[in-house]
Design a protein around this ligand. Structure first.
Ligand code: PEP
Length: 247
């Protein structure tokens, strides 16, 4: 039996003053609930640690460098994230893939760097609307996963999480139906099962894309959906906590 995980992705939102109330509300409201995390912008990691340390809510970042250290201006290493108590880091969010040139190879390298640093990478995969309409969702998601598998191997996924996020559902208010999401989640699990039935059966596969309090329960009730990666709704404490409760 896999446990559920609900991770918030704040994207580039927040301020020291607005974060404080949100972090405190999530910390207090999630009491006792296992598997809740927030991925905050880098400058707010120290604040997340100071509010969440000792609570059941974990924190993480939204990206990581593929390099350990050195002349890489603007980059942040996995070891630096560990220094700030991060447990999770996103790898290959669609916004990184489409706006910042994170190719499959770069995402695979970032995933490997995160693991090496002791973080739990959350590998984000998903197809664009054009790709779904062309009937190549499975191909796209498999290609994104295979790039990581060929660099890190299937055993790496015993310490990682996968998030299926159809690009057309992120921030659009258009959610994949529970059946559409389940179909892709099952396909993802089957892909891992080809390499290791054990890893596949334990792997947490999150759904992301316009999850709201009103649709979370049905999505999370699907057999291969093990929780969610939540963007917009993670910025509203009541909504995020309702989604956590649905998990
Ligand atoms: C995301 O940012 O990963 C995401 C799923 O966003 P939203 O929930 O706003 O669609």
């Amino acid at each position: 039996m896999r446990s559920k995980l609900v991770a918030g992705n704040w994207k580039m939102h927040g301020s020291l003053s607005s974060n404080l109330a949100l972090l405190q509300a999530v910390r207090d409201g999630a009491k006792g609930a296992a598997g809740v995390a927030v991925c905050v912008p880098y400058p707010y990691l120290a604040q997340a640690r100071s509010v969440l340390d000792g609570s059941t809510v974990a924190w993480g970042a939204q990206d990581v460098s593929e390099h350990d250290q050195g002349a890489f201006t603007g980059e942040v290493s996995g070891a630096m994230l560990v220094d700030f108590g991060c447990r999770y880091v996103l790898a290959g969010h669609s916004e990184r893939r489409s706006f910042y040139g994170d190719t499959d190879a770069v995402v695979a390298a970032k995933f490997a760097a995160a693991l090496k640093a002791g973080l739990v990478p959350v590998l984000c995969v998903g197809e664009s609307l054009a790709e779904r309409e062309a009937g190549i969702t499975g191909e796209v998601v498999t290609r994104q996963i295979d790039a990581v598998l060929s660099l890190s191997g299937v055993a790496a996924f015993s310490r990682a999480v996968v998030a299926y996020e159809p690009v057309w559902a992120i921030g659009t208010g258009r959610t994949a139906s529970p059946a559409q999401a389940q179909e892709v989640h099952a396909l993802i699990r089957q892909r891992f099962a080809r390499d290791s039935a054990e890893v596949a059966s334990r792997l947490q596969i999150l759904y992301g894309g316009s999850v709201k309090p009103g649709n979370a329960k049905e999505l999370f009730g699907q057999p291969d959906i093990d929780g969610g990666l939540i963007g917009g709704a993670s910025l509203v404490a009541g909504d995020f906590l309702a989604i956590c409760a649905a998990a």
